[in-house]
Write a protein that binds this ligand. Sequence first.
Ligand code: NAI
Length: 333
Amino acid sequence: MKIAIFGSQEYDIESLNEANKKYSYDLTFFKAYLNEKTASLAKDFDAVCIFVQDTANKAVIDILAKEGVKTIALRCAGFNNVDLDSAKTNNISVVNVPAYSPHAVAEHAIGLILSLNRKIHHAYLRIRDGNFSLKGFLGFDLYGKTVGVVGTGKIGQETAKILKLGFGCKVIAADPYPNKSLEKEHKIEYVDLNVLLKNSDIISLHCPLTPQTKHMINKESIAKMKKGVMLINTSRGTLINTQEVIDALKSQQIGYLGLDVYEEETSLFYQDLSSSIITDDVFARLTTFPNVLITSHQGFFTKEALTTISNTTFENIEKISKNEKCENELTKK
Ligand code: NAI
């Protein structure tokens, strides 16, 4: 079994090689992301393994099929970057890793909330500069604040529980499929999205990117929020209309913004561009706000999550190659 691993980072190589000891697959690591220009690298491979920055649209999948690829194995949960219909048409199986560590992403969302509120990232720099002033560092108690969690799947529910049980927040949630145990055991109230937007001091996004959720945070939805709201997005960048969020930061309608994801992150994230000129003016503007904290899609990045991702990726590929039922298959042949 020959597997082409696209968008490989050092940590992917390490953790996939470790997990592969059990399988001895023939792995080839490509630094390049999968896209129309690189898809032909997959010639004669049985499977491609991809992550969030890779693109498997119709054009890419047509090339993969021509080159003999039978399986697309996502080493992540979200699959908005894969055209499942084209995969099905081309008889290519698509598998993902739906749950590797919901704790990793939920805990990162909490990290963004705490850092933004208490300005920990600014304090770190100030202290190193010998400046012990507290000017501008006034925060607020999380206890008793209302947090709106949008999407209460695996990650959203962990986030909701940490905020409720750990910090004593009032947590409200919006999800077309409410989670009964969150409602009953943890007294988390499901409300209409508009009610959540209106009443939340902090809003944390945990729903997938779909045609329905694309740009769900836009000037209309922002206008419904409390003035000075904290907005956290660890889900997918395109849930947010970034330009309209920038306008709201300028008018101070949004008081804090924590992002682990960004609409145009593919050309930036996971690369060292410290000696390059950033040509994305929207991103550059975001970095000028003192109340914006951005991380480079690292919510998933814990040891535990990497191990589970690698093991599950190979389990998926193994099952598909043996024609066994695979619970993580996104499209049936
Ligand atoms: P999940 O599939 O378990 O949960 C998603 C939830 O969103 C479901 O309960 C679904 O009913 C709900 N939902 C769907 N449409 C909605 C809408 N219009 N409004 C409100 N809720 C809606 O997914 P999981 O594992 O919790 O992941 C959530 C998202 O987090 C993923 O789609 C992915 O984009 C992102 N993610 C980010 C990572 C990172 O490193 N920052 C790592 C892993 C996932």
